[in-house]
Design a protein around this ligand. Structure first.
Ligand code: ADP
Ligand code: ZN
Length: 764
């Protein structure tokens, strides 16, 4: 990874550069203390623009680097973080104002400040904006930490329970679990948990010191397989040597990557350091956290579903060194661990590691940088690694590979990879003499699964009833007026929705264009699929998981839990169903419209399709039951589909990398995307074109594509233009942005917002 960059701003202390200076790295030569000089703090406040401004530190309000403070800023009061505090001469041209207050108990460790400073420069936002994105709001605003309530089930309870109570009891863990997590996993409220306590089936724990709690859980401690041992020892060697090294743990689904993480985590913790484990999906954290806690009780989850008080409590405990391992989604990277000794990014290929709002960081890439700063190993785990990571794990131009590959090729718990079946839907439609949804082969397998008491998962990456509502007379589809995109029909809700901007419209009776009474739907979404399955397979019960059935972001853990408990025969859903879950009873996996994702204008379309199919196929046949994966497509020769299905990752990766190189896309180049948004189409276009000319002038060999109108609109009536800049490398992209900044940046214009997206994941 070419994230090396030069941060050339000279240090005020005369030595090194800004980031080498206190508090970010090795200290500068000490500045002589002069007690007659005022104490001045450089503070990053939450606003765009400069990285920091200066304030006076009152003698009775001690402030240290990393502290969260409030300061007067123009007519407002803003929050910010102190970067440095020292005695120096006050400016002569204006009067410094004093710091107003300090948040008790919130101090960022220096290594975290350094990471955030690095991120702010690389991703081109102000330090204050990055800090605001990295430190949870309840922490910054001083929410009072809640005493957290946990419940644990008492194993061997033989008393009477109602069906619902029994269900909740079964779903509870013997390891004390936070009320919020438990509520999410079971859907039950606190009164149900308390009832179980009254009945003697569970215990309620109100102490924060969870190590005191007797753990009744079975600990997952298998002897390691040879492959696992090799992987553990390789990382342990770097740990023992106190060396930074990046590992790609390349393991098929079900190959026991988690066990490797746990073994290593134990060693790190025994050495007095902490571990950070990142996951792509919030829905997976409770499941994994429960598993991790059986071995490592001092595990903390960073979870946006928590209450403010719970989040503040989690943060405070981590900062106080009471936590050994943090599990969470991308923002958990900024957990204030005192001494992180190992970083792990599971499912490292997942696009959700990139934040699509300021700060637009990529948590995997930042984790690699962070581990470099800390001098510790980092593990990137995946069955379908991103092409960037694969590239970094191969030798380049005679130079050794940057990353070390550790392979897990077998499934220790048994279970073969599923038998692949590819269905050409052109033939299928001819044979069925209609626009077929489910192929005969898939229906046959579903019928057999139902008869055998097994379960199935069907992936269709499109929600709603039908993606198009169009007129049989004039052929026009009903469109979103702000996005110029066909509206999706949601039958149960009786409403048309725009899947880009979220606009909702009632269904018109007649065609809005020609007024004919001839509107009808085309295509199929998950809602219709869920209705079609019981018709094709009598008696088959269906559970649907997509953005419409998942209330907020917390519901899918519960739906997955219900499916795992056998609440339905078949799980239908969007790409949510493909992500790292272990359902031992699933023997059939279906993928509908597998080639749909290939049609989007994104150079990663092939990679994403390959990952999605390979991941969902890995859900079949994990335990002792053999599995089948049925993939339906029109373009059955697409390499992304064939290679995923036939488990030939190298063929796909080699061909795809060759194409990327030929067309000049990452990992062979560095990309920057610039976005212009505003309410006036004319203004947006004008600014976009002006800026693009300046970019052309500063480009030094880079290629500027665009500006053009962006295909997705965001928010109501916003016009969006974008341009893509291809540079020779990520370093060259940074150099271009530096040159641009040195020349004064892109001139601002009222009403038009300019966004710089470094290493964009969305390019359409
Ligand atoms: P992954 O994270 O790679 O998808 P998991 O860590 O979830 O895989 O492991 C899959 C299954 O294999 C789990 O049920 C786990 O308990 C089991 N497993 C892992 N390692 C071993 C081992 N060495 N011996 C026996 N079973 C194992
Ligand atoms: Zn819209």
């Amino acid at each position: 990874m070419d994230i090396q960059r030069s941060i050339a701003a000279p240090c005020r202390h005369g030595g090194g550069t800004t980031l080498e200076c206190r508090p970010f790295g090795p200290p500068c030569p000490p500045v002589p203390e002069s007690p007659e000089l005022p104490l001045i703090a450089d503070i990053a406040v939450d606003c765009p623009g400069r990285d920091h401004y200066s304030w006076l530190v009152p003698e009775d309000l001690p402030v240290a680097p990393g502290d969260c403070v409030t300061v007067p800023f123009g007519r407002q009061t803003l929050r910010g973080f102190a970067l440095s505090v020292e005695r120096r001469a006050a400016p002569t041209t204006f009067t410094l104002k004093p710091v107003l207050g300090r948040q008790e108990g919130v101090r960022l460790p220096p290594h975290l400040l350094r990471l955030i400073a690095w991120g702010a420069r690389y991703y081109r936002c102000s330090l204050g904006e990055f800090l605001a994105g990295a430190v949870p709001k309840p922490v910054r605003e001083g929410a009072k930490p809640d005493i957290r309530i946990r419940y644990a089930r008492i194993d061997g309870f033989a008393g009477k329970l109602t069906a619902r109570q029994r269900q909740v009891y079964e779903a509870m863990s013997p390891v004390p679990t936070l009320r919020t997590e438990l509520h999410e996993a079971t859907g039950a409220s606190e009164s149900v948990f308390d009832k179980l306590v009254d009945l003697g089936a569970a215990q309620r724990i109100e102490t924060e010191d969870i190590q005191e709690i007797r753990l009744g859980a079975k600990v997952e401690r298998h002897p390691l397989t040879n492959e696992q041992t090799v992987a553990v020892e390789a990382v342990a060697k770097a740990l023992d040597a106190g060396r930074h090294e990046t590992f790609l743990l390349y393991g098929v689904t079900g190959s026991g990557k988690t066990l490797v993480y746990l073994e290593l985590a134990e060693r790190v913790i025994a050495a007095g350091k902490q571990v950070l484990l990142l996951l792509p999906e919030i829905g997976l954290t409770p499941q994994l956290a429960a598993r991790v806690r059986t071995r490592l009780p001092r595990t903390e989850v960073m979870h946006s579903g928590f209450t403010d008080g719970e989040r503040a409590a989690a943060w405070a405990r981590i900062a106080a060194g009471l936590v050994d391992l943090v599990v969470g989604t991308r923002s958990a990277l900024f957990a204030p661990l005192p001494a992180p000794g190992l970083l792990i990014v599971d499912e490292e290929h997942d696009p959700s590691y990139k934040q699509e709002s300021t700060p637009r960081y990529h948590a995997r890439d930042l984790a690699v940088v962070y581990a470099g700063h800390l001098g510790v190993p980092v593990i990137l785990g995946s069955a379908t690694p991103s092409l960037e990571t694969v590239h970094n794990a191969r030798p380049q131009d005679g130079k050794p590979a940057r990353y070390t590959v550790l392979s897990l090729k077998n499934r220790p718990a048994g279970g073969k990879l599923p038998t692949p079946v590819l269905v050409d839907m052109r033939d299928e439609c001819k044979a069925q003499k209609r626009a077929a949804v489910l192929s005969t082969v898939l229906v046959d397998h579903l019928v057999k699964a139902k008869a055998a008491g097994s379960q199935a998962i069907i992936l269709l990456n499109r929600r709603g009833w039908a993606p198009i509502l169009s007129c049989g007379e004039c052929g026009q589809a009903v469109m979103c007026t702000s996005c110029d995109i066909a509206l999706t029909w949601h039958k149960a809700e009786g409403i048309l929705k725009c899947h880009y901007c979220g606009a909702r419209r009632p269904r018109p009776q007649d065609c809005p264009v020609c007024t004919a009474d001839a509107l009808g739907t085309t295509g199929i979404g998950t809602e219709q699929l869920a209705a079609a399955i019981p018709e094709a397979v009598p008696g088959m019960t269906v559970l649907r998981v997509d953005a419409d059935t998942v209330a907020g972001r917390q519901g899918h853990a519960r739906l997955f839990q219900q499916f795992a408990e056998g609440a339905a025969d078949c799980l239908v859903g969007t790409q949510m169903v493909a992500k790292g879950l272990n359902f031992p009873k699933v023997t059939v996996v279906g993928v509908l419209c597998a080639d749909k994702g290939l049609a989007v204008p994104d150079f990663r379309a092939g990679e994403r399709t390959w990952q999605l199919i390979a991941q969902v196929a890995g859900r079949a046949g994990r335990a002792d039951r053999p599995g089948t994966v049925v993939v339906q497509a029109y373009d059955i020769d697409a390499p992304a589909i064939r290679c995923a299905l036939e488990n030939r990752p190298k063929t796909f990766v080699d061909a795809e990398l060759k194409q990327r190189q030929e067309y000049g896309y990452p990992p062979y180049t560095g990309l920057i995307r610039i976005l212009w948004t505003g309410e006036s189409q004319a203004n947006v276009q004008l600014v976009a074109q002006d800026h693009a000319q300046r970019l052309e002038a500063a480009r030094h060999g880079a290629v500027v594509l665009g500006p053009t109108p962006a295909s997705l609109a965001f928010g109501k009536d916003l016009h969006r233009w974008h341009a893509l800049i291809k540079c020779a490398s990520r370093g060259a992209a940074q150099a271009l942005l530096d040159r641009l900044a040195a020349e004064g940046g892109l001139p601002e214009k009222k009403g038009v917002t300019v966004t710089i997206d470094v290493d964009p994941q969305v390019t359409g």
